[in-house]
Design a protein around this ligand. Structure first.
Ligand code: GAP
Length: 505
């Protein structure tokens, strides 16, 4: 992870926000390459979900329309949605180290013969778990703990949340602490960012930055039904910023306080909801695979009943599409949630606003509040997964290359003159001018050809076109493939269609 974060900074993918002032925990800026990468992922999602949505289980193409709603809404929205008052994380502080932890992220390791328990953080790197194992081994006067920890050899691993308070306060050693008993009682921590609207200030003018884009969709359900001639089942999609005052922002852009989401609310009849739920779980996993995340690094996981969000429909629940990030390995971290929200949100907005929020099916002569299946993906987290997946150590001079799927690669191709003289730059610049009309293509004439390849490898550019002495004689150039570093010669007139063809696969 450290190597990836350093490459991201060195090559202009992602920088800490307000870096020259020491940064601000949980906030990040995207540099030129990171912005292109994130925009490509965003555009692929919008294209595949809104402009060219998939076929549904009935063989009909889905109908999904897009919106772009306001980040700040009437504060009553968040009372109706359950976020004000309900969107909290329990947290504990460590008196010894002054660190703060989300209670639901703390696990402990325990042995029958030992009154101490050692806590570790599951959302953090493996170091936390390894440290707990080392301390436990030291306490038990063992060289190391057995690899397979289970109740047969007297060990247990469990959630700190499930421990009785006495154990937490007396016997538990915090993840970074030396002695037991330094963790405080859990406190609820609101994740909502608030602000004031207008010049007068005060509590009456308090408003919130949205913690999810979803509510903007529910608020516009009736507007879309009334203006777009849509028929249930249909979806509304939105991409945009969301803000959460996370207790423990960490792991680069994985958990930040400002991030982007790509959400669809799929409105359907209650009787068809289960079928749509299964469809979306399956389709969304395949979509991430199409973006280049390999099968081994992706998994589906059903939420346990104690993890369900306040809106999740009882008995149905949520599937997470999870990715094996370097800091979760060998475990997985959430990339997207597919939730069955029932008709919770539409009903609550109807109730709280006193306005009609429902749907009339003319064919069946039936009025009802549609049920909702919600595939909710993180655009920022998705960008991180693509960066992790692309990072490929190699023995080439750059020692690493970014193996992005060409569809989402920030730069699609580079054009180089072999040397910056003898008529080569003019030919290369002309090719660059032609190609950049359609794709993001860079021209580079500085330094040795090896260094230029290395720069493009780190940026994840799939193809480099090189104009050399032979080009001036026979109109051919060299194309170099990022993944294999192999080269082939093609006619310069075919270069544009060669690139089109490779990018359309
Ligand atoms: N509307 C449902 C909803 O917001 P969620 O599971 O809380 O559900 C959906 O969030 C997705 O948003 C997550 O799967 C994750 O990819 C992303 N996400 C949530 N909190 C995040 C954070 N603090 N930083 C980055 N991404 C986050």
């Amino acid at each position: 992870m450290e190597e990836l974060v350093s490459l991201c900074k060195r090559r202009g993918f992602i920088f800490p926000a307000s870096e020259i002032y020491g940064g601000l925990n949980g906030f990040w800026d995207y540099g030129p390459l990171g912005t292109e990468l994130k925009n490509n992922l965003r555009d692929a999602w919008w294209h595949d979900m809104v402009h060219c949505p998939p076929m549904g289980p009935d063989g009909e193409q889905l109908s999904i329309v897009g919106i772009d709603s306001s980040i700040i809404q009437n504060p009553k929205v968040w009372e109706a949605s359950g976020h004000v008052g309900g969107f909290n994380d329990p947290m504990v502080d460590c008196r010894e180290t002054k660190s703060r932890y989300r209670l639901d992220h703390l696990h402990y390791i325990h042995h029958d013969s030992c009154e101490r328990m050692y806590a570790f953080e599951i959302s953090s790197s493996n170091d936390s778990y390894e440290r707990a194992c080392k301390l436990m081994a030291k306490y038990l006067k063992l060289e190391s703990l057995p690899e397979d920890i289970n109740c047969d050899n007297g060990f247990q691993i469990g959630c700190v949340e499930d421990l009785a308070p006495d154990y937490i306060f007396e016997d538990l050693v915090g993840p970074d602490a030396k002695e037991p008993g330094t963790l405080t009682e859990p406190r609820q921590f609101s994740l909502m960012f608030d602000t004031t609207v207008g010049a007068t200030g005060g509590d009456d003018n308090k408003a919130y930055l949205r913690p999810e884009t979803a509510q903007g969709i529910f608020l516009n359900f009736m507007n879309v039904v009334d203006t777009m001639r849509v028929k249930v089942p249909f979806g509304i999609a939105q991409i945009g910023k969301a803000f959460r005052n996370e207790v423990t922002p960490r792991n680069f852009i994985f958990r930040s306080r400002e991030f982007e989401q790509m959400e669809i609310e799929w409105f359907c009849h209650e009787e068809e909801a289960q079928q749509w739920y299964e469809f979306w779980c399956d389709y969304r996993k395949k979509w991430w695979q199409k973006m280049g995340l390999t099968t081994d690094n992706l998994q589906m996981r059903q939420h346990d009943s104690n993890e369900l969000a306040h809106y999740a429909k009882e008995g149905c629940g949520t599937f997470d599409i999870e990715y094996k990030f370097p800091f979760t390995d060998p475990g997985y971290g959430e990339l997207e949630g597919v939730a069955h929200r029932g008709n919770f949100d539409l009903s609550r907005h109807g109730e709280f606003s006193g306005k009609k929020v429902n749907y009339f099916d003319q064919q069946k002569n039936e009025r009802y509040v549609p049920h909702v299946i919600e595939p909710s993906a993180g655009l920022s987290r998705g960008t991180l997964a693509l960066l992790c997946e692309a990072y490929t150590p190699d023995d080439r001079p750059s020692k690493v290359f970014m193996k992005f799927n060409p569809r989402i690669a920030p730069i699609k191709a580079a054009v180089f003159p072999l040397v910056n003289k003898n008529g080569m730059p003019e030919v290369a610049m002309k090719l660059h001018e032609d190609m950049r009309k359609k794709h993001v293509v860079q021209y580079d004439a500085k330094q040795s050809i090896g260094k230029r390849y290395a720069r493009m490898d780190e940026a994840g550019t799939p193809y480099c076109f090189v104009i050399d002495g032979d080009t001036l004689e026979d109109n051919t150039l060299t194309v170099r493939d990022r993944d294999t570093a192999s080269q082939e010669r093609i006619n310069i007139d075919q270069a544009a269609s060669y690139l089109d063809d490779k990018l359309s696969r």
